[in-house]
Design a protein around this ligand. Structure first.
Ligand code: G3P
Length: 497
């Protein structure tokens, strides 16, 4: 039997999964990752803790699978994206905590770039909108604020990496400094047309090129794990940022195929094949995981508060004591009774881009119950995702393609049948849940398996992908339209006129 090991380093935990070559889960290990909040709006991780937890789960997963490391053909790495690590090449020590993707400290630098009129150039080269979310201005902040960092960087003594690079540095005891195109495309420093670090952007952000890792296609031989770590020199054959990895794990390989990951937030990506498309609806363009020689692209939009709305029902409203209870509470009523919730706790992202918006509940009557509010909370995840998908479809049609015809789903909250059915009802297209919902890790395993001869082609991977359940729309088009209109009205009420 051939096995693949996926290392899935996420924001809240490090996980490792052993898959067999059919893509079935053989063993899984997980460790929480402590979050560090030095001040409001700042979020950090300890890079050594990222490494320690990741290595521990890899060992544990192999142990649970009861296999020798030599039976693992390849390792695939997938990771929280944009999170920025800066370390000393000589000592291997980080010069600062990692600045996490959610961290907003670089906003003033971004405002300056916008004021200076760089938005057009940056979007054209990187596909991104200027935002503190991406690595570039986080790295700039580190170079400007860590004593001596800039001088050391200029002398070539430091290395920058997203979490994948950092893990590979550790996995090889400092022998390689590499990343893949999908992670590179989240830095705001990478030209996604040429697949190269962009000299003009590096100069604009005052980032010495000596800091940057070498960039490879996502399915390629990155390095071999040092034999003392896992007991065998397993090759690392696949690397991708977690959202692009999930797109790959969902076998969305061609233009128009889309997936939505329902986690704390939701991340929706639509493959656009080899064509770079600029959104007219506030979506990002990003490199998809690259399996062959050719550059591939995706459009991306995210919902800031997805599953987090259920946490709010639990911790804020104390309406439920465990997240799992939300489904039965929501099912205690036949519908939301006209109640509409917009959980704009931290503003609204694409396609609205209202940073100052705040949450609202509309349509309350004397008859409204906690059940209606729970239902509205759950439905808000589907409404936000629907408005993203509609924006994507509009972009696809404007670019001469077809609207999205089916949505593949994954992530923790996709097990909620009520939510998935409502999603299909709103969208008017099938919502398809795969047999393996760990698609992020699966994508990394597939990328690794593809470059190491376990799989011959993406066509073979498409054959392996299996639906567990298809949720078909049951609402009439007119009713779905009416509901979306009501949602849009509620969204308009999230900001003071
Ligand atoms: O862009 C951020 C994303 O990659 C984080 O994903 O699953 O670690 O929260 P996750």
């Amino acid at each position: 039997m051939t096995y693949l090991l996926a290392l899935d380093q996420g924001t809240s935990s490090s996980r490792s999964i052993v898959f067999d070559e059919q893509g079935h889960i053989v063993a899984l290990a997980q460790r929480e990752l402590p979050q560090i909040y030095p001040q409001p709006g700042w979020v950090e991780h300890d890079p050594m803790e990222i490494w320690r937890t990741q290595l521990a789960t890899a060992r544990e997963a192999l142990e649970k699978a009861n296999i020798q490391a030599s039976a693992v053909r390849a390792v695939g790495i997938t990771n929280q994206r944009e999170t920025t690590v800066l370390w000393n090449r000589q000592t291997g020590q980080p010069v600062h905590h990692a600045i996490v993707w959610q961290d907003r400290r670089a906003e003033p630098a971004c405002a300056q770039l916008r004021e200076q009129g760089h938005a057009g150039t940056i979007q054209a080269k990187t596909g991104l909108l200027i935002d503190a979310y991406f690595s570039g201005t986080k790295l700039q902040w580190l170079l400007d604020h860590v004593p001596g960092a800039r001088e050391q960087a200029e002398r070539g003594e430091l290395a920058f990496g997203t979490v994948d690079s950092w893990l590979m540095w550790q996995l090889t005891h400092g022998a390689v400094h590499v990343t893949d195109v999908s992670n590179a495309s989240r830095t705001m420093l990478f030209n996604v047309h040429t697949n190269q670090w962009d000299d003009e952007l590096l100069a604009l952000l005052r980032i010495p090129k000596a800091l940057m890792p070498q960039v490879q296609p996502s399915s390629s031989h990155f390095c071999d794990v040092a034999p003392d770590l896992l007991g065998h020199a397993i090759r690392v054959g696949g690397v991708a940022g977690d959202q692009q990895s999930a797109l790959f794990g969902q076998a969305c390989f061609s233009a128009g195929m889309a997936k939505n990951t329902y986690g704390t937030g939701c991340f929706m990506l639509m493959h656009t094949g080899g064509s770079f498309q600029t959104s007219r609806n506030g979506l990002l363009t990003t490199s998809a995981a690259q399996a062959g020689a050719q550059t591939e692209f995706a459009m991306e939009g995210s919902v800031f508060v997805g599953g987090a709305v259920v946490q709010w029902l639990r911790d804020g409203l104390r309406a439920i004591s465990t997240s799992g209870e939300v489904e039965s509470l929501a099912q205690s009523v036949p519908d939301s009774g006209g109640v509409m919730m917009v959980p704009a706790f931290t503003g609204l992202g694409a396609p609205y881009w209202k940073p100052d918006a705040r949450g609202t509940i509309t349509g309350l009557t004397r008859g409204s119950t906690l059940g209606h509010i729970a239902r509205a909370a759950l439905e808000s995840i589907a409404y936000q995702s629907a408005s993203l998908l509609q924006a994507m479809s509009r972009d696809a049609v404007a670019a001469g393609g077809a609207p999205v015809s089916e949505l593949r789903v994954d992530g923790g909250a996709c097990v909620n049948d009520l939510l998935m059915q409502f999603q299909a009802d709103l969208l008017g297209i099938p919502v398809v849940r795969p047999a393996v919902i760990e698609t992020t890790a699966l994508g990394a395993a597939y990328l690794a398996g593809l470059s190491s001869g376990v799989y011959g082609s993406t066509a073979e991977l498409s054959q392996l992908w299996r639906a567990e359940r298809r949720f078909l729309p049951t609402l009439g088009k007119a009713r779905a339209h009416e509901l979306m209109e009501r949602w849009e009205r509620a969204v308009r009420q999230t900001t003071a006129e």
